[in-house]
Design a protein around this ligand. Sequence first.
Ligand code: ARG
Length: 594
Amino acid sequence: MASVTSLTASVEQQLKNALVAALPGAEGADPLLRRSDRADFQANGVLALAKKAKANPRELAAQVVEALPDGEVIKDIEVSGPGFLNITLSDRSILANLAARAEDGARLGVPFTGHPGTTVIDYAQPNVAKEMHVGHLRSAVIGDAVMRLMEFTGENVVRRHHIGDWGTQFGMLIQYLIEHPDELSGGHGDVSEEQAGEEAMSSLNRIYKTSKLAFDQDEEFKDRARRRVVDLQAGDEETLRYWHRFVDESKIYFNSVFGRLDMDIRDEDVVGESGYNAMLEETCRLLEESGVAVRSEGALCVFFEDVLGPDGNQVPLIVKKSNGGYGYAATDLSAIRDRVFHLKADTLLYVVDARQALHFRMVFETARRAGWLGEDVRAVQLAFGTVLGADGKPFKTRSGETVRLVDLLDEAVERATAVVREKDVKGQLGEAEIVERGAQVGIGAVKYADLSTSANRDYKFDLDQMVSLNGDTSVYIQYAYARIQSILRRAEGQFTPAAHPELELAPAERALGLHADAFGEVVREAATEYAPHKLAAYLYQLASLYTTFYDQCHVLSEDNPPAVVENRLFLCDVTARTLAKGLSLLGIRAPKSL
Ligand code: ARG
């Protein structure tokens, strides 16, 4: 494995050196190198430097040009306007750089980060005995992409699925199950994961509804249910046994949904709220002893100067309720202790709905005051916005209910399957392949729509747009990839992709090549900023540049000398591998044909 320095990075370094040579004291100055339409790059950094040094910018720019060493990379550099530098690279360097990437296999020359840390990422956290709805999509999809991006750059990543598997409603559910032991089947016979998941959810739903009814109407049942919560928290064996049945049954359901989302959720990473139960008491004791938390109206509370209610009074974070019960905050505070002191995290990342922002702000601040989050530990909520319906309001069904995640995935796959079927005009795909591709395209479309806007923004769930072959969609990118595969297949046996650095490149080839060369920088940025949308935008741009290349530069044309065919096949191949790697970092499949 060999990492490859991108052309942008090497030109930037050369410019930095030349800036210092031309103007001693310019150490650390940014040449402000950007891709440009006029040449390959434009650097505008001389202007600010000249201003600071009270020098003539055009003269300084000329001195920088003078100071640049003769080399293979920069073919042409000229001063333009008030002191910009227009830079054109040699065709040879573009091809040579890409050839080095192609040789590096699946990493495509992308370096690992110099100083990897340990990040605990908290994502994909549905709630036991509850149906997953559209709100659970984003945490799973964004979290999965960010996790993949970080792992690819070499970060040590610990995954935590903080599922809601604890709390008062379990008293009601468990009591009902004890009184109606056959309601939760548990056995799912010889059925698919998806069927088992659906069966599990439907029995959980039934139990939830009937036990809730009993809880609301039958005072005696209500009492028994309340006592059951106490048993649960006290660790009563029989109660725990029933609780486990709910958790196990729910996991069957979660796994079927995550399976449909093409996500690998490992059992050992599922550490739900219950996993911190044994720490809750100590967490509260430590907070109280240190004075971080105080008693207020019987509850154990943490106050914040700047967190006020509508009446102007401070609204506390409640770590222990007046009835002795622990809530969401106590669990999260305990989880922080576990993640920092036991898992040795230096970054805690929470992929959670923006509506929980205040909770996390208070939890992080409390943990700082308690000394659990030191200066060397970062805690970040990667807060995401809401999925909206066509009307711009939070996505609901026609009858006003929250949308079940599985229904939404079904519909996306159905639409995508129709697109795949329609595209297969020559009838080359068998039914099984159409179904498989339909799932890969449909799920990819849902994920891409979620990932291609920056996480903190809301977005409209618009299936027509998502599965469109035109525009900023995964289908467009997948289609570009499949088109390249078809060219590579046609060439098989006649030509092998090979870079020919002696050849002159057409404008569309240069643009494609330079963009492909920038993959590593985009991946690094997307990983360090937790911004998968930057990778999505990059891939869309790469697919668009490929489309232009495809229109302007025929690959398998009889008019082309063999070297040109091989060189273009090489560009096709590098592009395809970059697209596939990029999509896989977003958790999206790239079918070989569409
Ligand atoms: N289960 C919670 C929900 O559905 C999300 C959990 C987020 N993670 C956390 N550590 N609080 O809203």
